[in-house]
Design a binder for this molecule. Structure first.
Ligand code: 1GP
Length: 227
């Protein structure tokens, strides 16, 4: 149940944003495979703990995508650790991870952690700016990252992140064509069932975020991609 290999649809909740109990109930009981808690700005121990305990009322897997050490708290079913491979800054490749393992390695159950080979492609997103990414990548560039992630790094997941904007299906396909065992996760700009279906035809897992806060009804429609 907590194995990312089985997830087709994920809702991503930003701990820095507000969501009512009734909207949260609809998201958690929507039939999605997992609730991923993660964000870029203002992610704190307090708001992560608050959201985790509210999601915990429901039987859906609750997963943390770690964005900083102070908010990496115990109690989640699983943890995703992004390694931003197209960042110019080594801190976002492995520096954060190194610091986390140094501080908390003695109490980490490594089976609960999955490292994601993360490629950020929306230059205007907060995450691209924070992590100083080279987003001007061709299909060939992204395909090469896919091969590195599966064959050299040996990671279980590649995450193509277009946060805030709908991505280029051909770029996503270029990655997918090079992956056999590594799961391809896509996130960014999915705000309708039609976009969810289009990306799900290419990616293994789709992540739906922002539209939860702007148009909950459309967000809930996207769950229909699940087989
Ligand atoms: C963000 O990939 C997720 O990290 C989802 O993107 O918020 O644009 O849906 P959106």
């Amino acid at each position: 149940m907590y194995e990312i290999q089985d997830w087709q649809h994920i809702f991503k909740l930003d701990p820095a944003k507000t969501i009512s109990d009734s909207d949260l109930e609809l998201i958690c009981e929507s039939g999605t495979d997992a609730i991923l808690i993660g964000g870029t700005d203002n992610v704190t121990m307090e708001n992560v703990l608050d959201l985790m305990s509210r999601v915990r009322r429901y039987p859906v897997p609750c997963v943390l995508e770690i964005s900083n050490i102070e908010s990496a708290i115990p109690g989640f079913d699983h943890y995703l650790i992004p390694s931003v491979l197209n960042s110019h800054n080594v801190h976002f490749h492995n520096g954060l991870l190194h610091e986390a393992v140094k501080q908390m390695g003695h109490m980490m159950d490594f089976d609960l952690f999955t490292m994601e080979g993360y490629i950020v492609l929306n230059a205007n997103s907060k995450v691209a700016q924070l992590t100083d990414c080279n987003t001007a990548l061709s299909r060939e560039d992204v395909a090469a990252y896919a091969e590195m992630i599966e064959h050299l790094y040996g990671l279980k997941a590649m995450y193509i992140e277009y946060s805030g904007t709908y991505g280029d299906v051909q770029i996503v396909k270029a990655a997918k064509d090079r992956l056999n065992r590594t799961r391809l996760i896509y996130g960014g700009g999915i705000d309708s069932l039609q976009k969810a279906q289009e990306m799900f035809e290419v990616a293994d897992t789709i992540v739906v975020g922002n539209v939860i806060y702007s148009d909950l009804k459309s967000a809930l429609q996207t769950v229909k991609v699940r087989g």
